[in-house]
Ligand binder design. Structure first.
Ligand SMILES: [Ca+2]
Ligand SMILES: [Ca+2]
Length: 394
């Protein structure tokens, strides 16, 4: 039977009373279900994570072992230049993981396989990655059922040569172990370091927003990639489910050396990958717009140079940890809007900075009104007129 969704839609909307709609949205509401804040000491929590061991994939150079620990509220993954004997060595083997007698590097890869899986919701990871030649840090997920890539892979983060950030989704094709990629690549120098020259040394928040319609991947407030579910279907079901992203996924955190990471031979080791937290909210976004916008500090002294920070903008949103972006809009305060700009704050998902765009004078009225718009992850918006006092210089 063919159901025309366009003809059904008005009936569904009419049929959903206010009370019913609120019950439905309460059932689907996004709620925090799993996290690791890494507040412990020493080895990672064994109830959450499993260490991979030895050579694993992509002809990478590192031997995976237990090179990760919790310290100062963080998970630290450390890659070292140290020779380790390949315990699976087979002389003359055609396989890369067997014919190497030694590994020259060690590192760690942690996964939640058989310990935790989630399906639909939001995953956020705050981390500082090593942006050096040879390093290939990643934050990713793998589907529970199916052979790779037909189980589905989502890369919230990959960093590798030549200094690029990637955000990808991966599905199967008609050939085994042959993937189709929806890849977004961003050179750090032009995309991130151009805004914040210290970007490589800062913590950032990587977000996966996943529902029955799309997967969206963000770093800080910036949308990097959207993969629609229809694209995410496998070509065949020989090695995995038809819909690899309509099944539970595990979480992986790793620091590979070599492979796509490039040549590590001139890099100083050890190198470290710091992870502050991994948080998951399950369920569906209620798609409610932000409810308020605030600028706690709203004064600037006249004569300050362009680029002076007026204060931080904050938006309140009924959905937890919603990624929100800010913009200045025309309308009320349009003239005054021209005197200000909004900048992204590294590592923050809920705040942005309001800066002066020109040297402001107190004469002709010391109050400026500007219209600011907050847009959440679903594209729902909220606008508010904020006033800025331009104080006379002493
Ligand atoms: Ca932490
Ligand atoms: Ca929202």
């Amino acid at each position: 039977m063919i159901i025309d969704p366009m003809s059904k839609l008005p009936l569904i909307i009419i049929g959903c009373t206010a009370a019913l709609c609120s019950v439905l949205s309460a059932q689907n509401k996004m709620r925090p279900t799993w996290s690791d804040e890494f507040q412990g000491r020493g080895a990672p929590d064994r109830n959450k994570w499993t260490f991979e061991q030895g050579f694993q994939r992509n002809q990478e150079l590192q031997w995976y072992q237990n090179n990760a620990w919790q310290e100062n509220g963080e998970l630290i993954i450390e890659a070292r230049r140290e020779p380790v004997r390949n315990t699976k060595h087979v002389a003359g083997s055609p396989h890369w993981y067997a014919n190497r007698q030694h590994a020259q590097y060690t590192s760690a890869s942690l996964r939640t396989v058989e310990k935790y899986y989630f399906q639909y919701g939001r995953m956020q990871v705050r981390a500082k990655i090593p942006c050096v030649p040879g390093a290939w840090p990643a934050i990713w997920t793998l589907g529970k059922k199916g052979e790779w890539p037909n189980n589905g892979e989502c890369d919230l983060l990959e960093y590798y040569k030549p200094d690029i950030i990637l955000a990808n989704t991966v599905k199967g094709t008609t050939k085994p172990y042959h993937a189709a990629w929806d890849t977004a690549k961003f050179p750090v120098s032009t995309q991130f370091a151009a805004v914040d020259s210290d970007w490589r040394n800062q913590y950032h928040v990587w977000t996966m927003q996943w529902d029955e319609e799309n997967i969206r991947l963000y770093v800080d407030n910036v949308l990097l990639n959207t993969s629609p579910q229809p694209w995410l279907q496998n070509a065949v079901t020989t090695w995995g489910p038809k819909h690899p992203f309509k099944q539970p996924h595990e979480i992986l955190l790793n620091l590979a050396i070599g492979g796509n990471g490039g040549d590590p031979s001139k890099t100083t080791f050890p190198i470290r990958y710091y992870i502050d937290y991994v948080r998951v909210w399950e369920g569906y976004t209620t798609n409610q717009a932000p409810t308020d916008l605030a600028l706690p500090q709203n004064q600037v002294t006249e004569g300050q140079p362009a680029g002076t920070v007026v204060g931080k903008l904050y938006a309140a949103d009924p959905d937890p940890a919603e990624v929100i972006s800010y913009s200045l809009v025309n309308g009320e305060g349009a003239t005054h809007n021209a005197a200000f700009s909004v900048s992204f704050v590294s590592g923050e998902t809920r705040a942005s900075v309001l800066k002066t765009k020109e040297v402001l004078k107190s004469e002709g009225g010391s109050t400026r009104s500007i219209r600011v718009r907050a847009t959440d992850i679903e594209g729902a918006t909220y606008e508010k007129v904020l006033t800025i006092q331009v104080k006379k210089a002493a």
